[in-house]
Write a protein that binds this ligand. Structure first.
Ligand SMILES: *[C@@H]1O[C@H](CO)[C@@H](O)[C@H](O)[C@H]1NC(C)=O
Ligand SMILES: *[C@@H]1O[C@H](CO)[C@@H](O)[C@H](O)[C@H]1NC(C)=O
Ligand SMILES: *[C@@H]1O[C@H](CO)[C@@H](O)[C@H](O)[C@H]1NC(C)=O
Ligand SMILES: *[C@@H]1O[C@H](CO)[C@@H](O)[C@H](O)[C@H]1NC(C)=O
Ligand SMILES: *[C@@H]1O[C@H](CO)[C@@H](O)[C@H](O)[C@H]1NC(C)=O
Ligand SMILES: *[C@@H]1O[C@H](CO)[C@@H](O)[C@H](O)[C@H]1NC(C)=O
Length: 360
């Protein structure tokens, strides 16, 4: 069932991040506004950690160990994280933890589709908070709910000109969703795998630091790549800390792809191919050549909706409808973002999935 009512659309506010400022100062405006929500979110994480390991030992470790880790992170991320800790009053180790979180626990749906005129539309649902405290009374995930007030739209500027735009969580310096106007759009989804995020992060802590954090790579590509092709080759070739899916859209016909990554290299690139009738590519959290996990099939309903929509009727509005179809929309969905590269437009909505609704 599709929820068409605007009642479920929550507005997201815009902030400017000035890249000409020193990294420590860039997030001041965002953090000043979102400080309370960030503190609430961190408190909720602590409660969950305490439930897992009683006596506060886990957070004690985070407070002691993770501040040291910030020095190992590359520029400008290390300095930006320090700035966020200073502006929010949240201990540095806990801000680091908040930034590591998304590298490991994000489930999502992303679609890049081409309309009959050759315009590319890129949509995504960001689902987060799986297994992090189910609130029985509210039928909701505790962390997913706490994240919703942290959703912001960001306009990154240099010389007072937009470099790229993004939907993000306040306090987080990597990127999961973004647009470089007139050039490309990019989203990242987690790829579960046995040599997954934990191992790479552990290696990082132990001193083997030749892989890149995934959401730091997406941020770096959004900030500094100047074409679809450059973005594609950096996303395909940079060594990573964990496997991932990158979903990339360009600015002209045929430019849309899913890059399936292992830590070392690109395993597969699936591209839009109009000659084969493939006018869109859709990625959830499973390799496209394999069946999705049977308890978590968001791909089949998503594709069914896209097929019913047809290329002729593709628009930002119909893309929103596809992303509002259960279980593509579920209790983990924090926001929906829609991007139109040719108009340089990004819009996002905080989501709510009314009951009955799948937990994921
Ligand atoms: C649960 O719902 C109640 C009432 O609607 C609300 O006050 C409370 O904040 C909700 N809790 C969470 C974790 O969302
Ligand atoms: C930056 O651009 C905005 C609108 O594009 C303009 O109103 C403002 O005056 C500019 N600021 C500076 C410092 O140039
Ligand atoms: C983008 O490039 C500039 C100039 O080389 C560099 O200072 C900056 O750190 C880069 N940004 C990211 C996020 O990697
Ligand atoms: C796409 O980007 C390229 C490189 O920046 C540019 O030359 C071209 O005009 C753009 N195409 C469209 C359709 O905007
Ligand atoms: C959607 O259409 C494509 C292309 O015709 C087809 O391969 C796919 O099986 C369809 N999927 C669903 C779920 O309808
Ligand atoms: C596509 O849009 C046209 C015109 O609005 C409408 O007549 C048609 O039924 C739509 N097709 C589908 C599959 O929704």
């Amino acid at each position: 069932s599709v929820i068409r009512s605007n009642k479920f659309k929550g507005a997201v506010s815009w902030y400017t991040v000035d890249l000409d400022l020193p990294p420590r100062k860039r997030w001041s405006a965002v953090i000043t506004d979102k400080k309370t929500d960030l503190v609430n979110m961190i408190e909720a994480i602590k409660e969950l950690a305490d439930a897992l390991v009683p006596s506060g030992k886990l957070i004690e470790m985070v407070d002691i160990a993770l501040p040291l880790m910030v020095d190992t992170l590359p520029s400008p991320f290390n300095e930006e994280i320090r700035g966020i800790a200073a502006a929010s009053g949240v201990p540095l180790g806990e801000v680091v933890l908040f930034n590591i979180f998304y590298e490991v626990f994000t489930v999502c749906t992303s679609i890049v589709a081409e309309d009959k005129k050759g315009n590319l539309i890129h949509g995504r649902n960001l689902d987060f908070g799986l297994f992090m405290g189910w609130d029985v009374k509210n039928k909701s995930w505790i962390i997913s709910e706490k994240l919703k007030p942290l959703v912001v739209n960001l306009d990154f500027k240099r010389n007072n000109q937009t470099v790229f735009k993004s939907t993000n969580f306040a306090g987080y310096v990597g990127m999961l969703t973004g647009i470089k106007p007139n050039i490309f759009t990019l989203t990242m989804n987690e790829r579960f795998s046995l040599d997954g995020g934990y191992i790479g992060i552990l290696e990082w802590i132990l001193g083997q630091r030749d892989g890149m954090w995934m959401s730091f790579l997406t941020r770096s590509v959004l900030e500094n790549a100047t074409s679809y092709e450059e973005a594609k080759s950096r996303l395909a070739q940079t060594k990573l800390l964990a496997p991932a899916y990158f979903i990339l859209g360009g600015n002209s016909t045929g430019q849309g792809c899913i890059i399936t990554r292992s830590r070392l290299l690109s395993i597969d690139i699936l591209e839009i191919d109009l000659k084969l009738g493939r006018w869109y590519v859709l990625e959830t959290n499973y390799d496209h050549w394999k069946d999705p996990f049977f308890l978590d099939d968001r791909r089949t309903p998503g594709m069914k909706c896209m097929n019913q929509t047809t290329q002729t009727n593709l628009s930002v509005k119909t893309m929103y409808d596809v992303l509002s179809t259960k279980p593509v929309l579920n209790k983990l969905t924090t926001y929906t973002t829609l991007m139109q590269v040719s108009q340089g437009k990004l819009e996002s909505y905080i989501r709510d999935c009314p009951n009955p609704c799948m937990p994921w």
